[in-house]
Design a binder for this molecule. Sequence first.
Ligand code: IDP
Length: 163
Amino acid sequence: VPKIVTPGLSLPEKTLAMIKPDAVQSNYTSMIRQIIVSEGFHILEEKLAHLDDVAAKSFYKEHAERSFFPSLIRFMTSGPVYAMILEREGAIKKWRTLMGPTDSNKARVQAPDSIRAKFGIDGEKNSVHGSDSTEAAIREIATFFRDFQESNMDSSRRVHEEL
Ligand code: IDP
């Protein structure tokens, strides 16, 4: 089966990035933001927010049954977070690679240049979050940026509309 390639055409993708309370508290926001921009991501929207108990539980609902859930919710509601909509080609995967492994201590061994290696504390207080799928990105962007239209998520549709 011949593979159809379109050189130079790579559609931008969006993801939700969040600087977590540990890193905001430590004043790492501007350093992390600078790394994001220098890695070729465009920041479409950004804001400081404070998750309440309901919002944090909803955001991490897939982990509701895990033993670390109560501690995670306490951590995520302990102070402000900095949420950003990032856009670039392959944004979801590229941002997760730049973040590094979930556990910051593992990150320091396995991916020493990653953000979690540089700014995270441990397996919970790990400085940043990133959506892990298109569906998660849509849901998580809507959580922080209500007015950001879901039609904006579909880059291919937007490109066709522009043509
Ligand atoms: P991810 O953030 O790398 O996608 P997930 O497994 O989705 O990792 O976990 C969500 C968040 O829950 C992690 O970023 C971390 O803050 C916390 N977490 C995950 N696993 C543990 C654990 O074993 N102990 C404590 N906290 C954890």
